[in-house]
Design a protein around this ligand. Structure first.
Ligand code: ZN
Length: 738
């Protein structure tokens, strides 16, 4: 298939499919959510010190750094929609790092506000750490996890399928993410100090929903009966304190897709989990602007594979009626019309409600925890060739994993972002029309791969597509770290609810075979180290909804992982983790092998008789809290601002009457501000800055400023020049004066 003419045809097919499959229409339905129990404001009843405090406390370091990246033109990573390109900022994105050292061993857990960690990203981060710290931080003691926000930038992948869906390998995007992750680790490393860890868990209702209940129901009844519901409700919180009991950081895991922001959004956002981090950090770092202050809180991903935050559930946009239960489609309009919304009236409100729910529950658990985590640290890691694992099913039977392939229902999408073509979920037979197109361009999948994946009808036999580079990875990380009686399983993809439960149970059982691991709490950390799409149970796989069609190594994928994680757990329990075979190293393709489809950033232009930063639409003279102040500037492409890490495109400033000076009350990282960059034609563009004035705003005089850069050519050389704009001064009142 490596014919010279092959790529353009194949690329077009893929683009058509991806663009079409992810069109999400918009329409929102009101929904009232039960507010979670509220707690009193911020006193921190740190657990009473117990006499059994470990003789040698842990060394703990926490750090945070900006990974927002160039917020113009670059496609978002998540909905695989090439039209969903970056156009500004709602919330900045951060990497948050946590180092724990027991005096002899050290582990590092990073949770980053990105769609997922890719193999390329991990390898580049590990290279950065190697250059700075030698062998201190390695593939076996470093876990990198993505929150799975669908409103972060793409362009950080080295396999062809992911490069196509994010316009290639985009150096300006991945560089910022790599540097930011390394920076967060440096900050954590620099503030290592003696400290203590506490754990707590509880249940959170009304904040997630199973989006493939029909698949879930195919799991054995006896197994389902052991759980109260088809999603996990549990929130697990780790609290980090110094030796005085003062909080320094927190990690919270709750299983939900960060897809409250849908594919119509173009502003970079951490979505519901990112907003929960924002709230927790603002609560602890009182008086700091967002993204600043010493306390670091992350809300990391877990077994969210089949879990939607759109709690109002799926409905047909055109009729308001329920979608077909089996394949999530509508009588008129098909899968495109079947979309889940809620709990808010729009995506911002839904993000806020889900984020607040998770934040409040986590804060309650953080504040009330009494159970201290004690004991040594362990870690185990292997690289597996996931296309070639033999699984011992029972004493007489074995099964095998397959070369990667995606099924037809992959193109059906989900209720969080449906397909636009005639693909539906639950397809267990191919479609002659699409199969014909595929065969003409790519050639048919081999019989071996078709047999291996049954009952999945193969849409793309990615394991047999290697041009210009392999379309999917086969060398995959499996990793397990333990801190005392807490075990963190680093999963290289999105596990469904039941898959996560099976992995937790298997790891727990294996660890608890050793006395040292009695009552271990096993946590699923999702989207870690490398992205391999979804992992369903064998039974869910038979139903072939989206998650199963995207289980790329075949029906026994989960069994292979369980076998591997059990091996890691057993090695830790027996103290033999250093003897585990490392496995085959993943490839690191050279920059010249990777490709970019993103055009160079163009020269910026202004309308006639205007200049960059000039106001096109002015603010009103007076606003009341609860209203939205809005101003539009002549702008440059944000890509032309280069590295804006720790800087801002926007400030909201308040006038101090006594001194006649201005102070910054919000930046582009703030929830209350929205920086919309709107691209026009021929290099023209605007920036509209909105300030959603909170009830807490003080009355007084304010102004909004915008900062950017524009690109021009001088003497045939590109030149980037800074500009700024400022609104008129406006008044904010607490209430309306008549
Ligand atoms: Zn997902």
């Amino acid at each position: 298939m490596a014919k010279r003419c092959g790529f353009s045809g194949l690329e077009i097919l893929l683009m058509v499919l991806f663009v079409a499959m992810t069109a999400v229409a918009v329409g929102f339905i009101a929904y009232t959510v039960t507010q979670q129990s509220s707690e009193s404001r911020d006193q921190e009843p740190t657990p009473t010190p117990t006499p059994e405090v470990p003789a040698i406390p842990y060394l703990i370091g926490v750090g945070r750094a900006d990974i927002t990246g160039p917020v113009g033109d670059v496609p978002f990573m998540g909905y695989a929609n090439l039209d969903q390109t970056a156009g500004g900022i709602h919330m900045r994105l951060y990497s948050r790092a946590f180092i724990v050292d027991d005096g002899s061993k050290r582990v590092l857990f990073v949770s980053a506000d990105i769609g997922m960690v890719s193999q390329r990203l991990r390898l580049e981060v590990l290279r950065g750490l190697q250059a700075k710290y030698g062998d201190l931080y390695r593939q076996d003691n470093v876990v990198l996890s993505g929150t799975h926000t669908h409103s972060g930038l793409g362009g950080y992948f080295q396999y062809t399928l992911f490069m196509i869906t994010s316009k290639g390998y985009i150096k300006s995007s991945i560089q910022i993410i790599v540097q930011g992750i390394v920076k967060s680790i440096e900050r954590a490393h620099e503030n290592l100090r003696p400290g203590r860890i506490f754990i707590n868990k509880g249940e959170l209702e009304e904040s997630n929903l199973n989006r493939s209940p029909h698949s879930y129901m195919n799991n054995p009844e006896e197994e389902r009966k052991r759980y109260n519901g088809n999603t996990d409700k549990q929130v697990v919180v780790l609290k980090f304190t110094d030796m005085d009991g003062d909080g320094i950081g927190m990690i919270s895991w709750f299983a939900v897709h960060p897809v409250s922001m849908n594919s119509s959004n173009h502003m970079v956002s951490g979505d519901n989990l990112g907003y929960a981090s924002y709230l927790f950090e603002q609560d602890k770092n009182i008086g700091s602007l967002p993204g600043r202050g010493p306390f670091v809180a992350t809300f990391a991903s877990s077994n969210l594979g089949d879990v939607s935050p759109n709690t109002r559930g799926p409905h047909c946009l055109n009729t308001g009626e329920s979608c077909d239960y089996l394949n999530s489609s509508c009588p008129i309009g098909g899968t495109k019309m079947c979309v889940a919304f809620g709990p808010g009236n729009n995506m911002f409100e839904s993000t806020r409600i889900i984020g607040e729910n998770i934040f409040k529950k986590s804060k309650e658990l953080y504040s009330s925890t009494k159970q201290e985590v004690r004991g040594p640290i362990h870690f185990a890691h292997q690289w597996l060739n996931m296309s070639d694992i033999t699984i011992q099913i029972n004493s007489t039977h074995t099964a095998k994993t397959c070369k990667p392939a995606l099924g037809h229902s992959f193109a059906g999408g989900t209720i969080d972002g449906g397909g636009a073509l005639n693909f539906t979920q639950g397809a267990v037979e191919g479609d002659p029309f699409w199969d014909g197109i595929r065969d003409a361009i790519l050639g048919p999948p081999s019989n071996e791969t078709q047999d291996c994946h049954r009952p999945k009808p193969i849409l793309f036999s990615t394991g047999e597509m290697n041009w210009p580079l392999p379309w999917h990875p086969v060398i995959v990380d499996v990793q397990l770290i333990t801190i005392g009686s807490v075990a963190i399983v680093a999963i290289p993809g999105e596990v469904t609810t039941m898959s996560g439960r099976r992995i937790r149970e298997a790891v727990k059982k294996e660890l608890e075979s050793s006395h040292a691991f009695a009552n271990t709490e096993v946590v699923i950390a999702g989207l870690c180290n490398i992205y391999t799409h979804y992992i369903t149970t064998y039974e869910e796989y038979q139903i072939q909804r989206y998650e199963a069609a995207s289980t790329i190594y075949g029906p026994h994928t989960l069994s292979a992982y369980i076998q591997s994680y059990r091996g890691l757990a057993r090695a830790i329990a027996e103290g033999t983790e250093a003897e585990l075979p490392k496995g085959p190293e993943p490839p690191f393709f050279t920059d010249s092998q990777l490709f970019s489809l993103l055009p160079l950033n163009p020269v910026d232009k202004t309308p006639d008789n205007s200049s960059f930063g000039e106001v096109l639409e002015q603010v009103d003279p007076v606003y009341t809290v609860g209203q939205v102040a809005s101003v539009t500037f002549v702008a440059g492409n944000p890509r032309n601002s280069g590295d804006m890490t720790d800087k801002t495109f926007v400030t909201v400033e308040k006038l101090h009457n006594s001194t006649q000076t201005w102070s910054v009350v919000h930046t582009d990282a703030s929830w209350e501000t929205r920086f919309h960059w709107i691209k026009g034609t021929s290099g023209l563009s605007n920036a509209t800055v909105e300030w959603h004035i909170p009830q807490s705003a003080q009355s007084g005089f304010y102004r909004i400023r915008h900062f950017g850069h524009y690109k021009e050519f001088r003497n045939l050389k590109p030149v980037f020049t800074a500009y700024e704009g400022v609104s008129d001064v406006f008044k904010v009142n607490k209430r309306i004066y008549y």
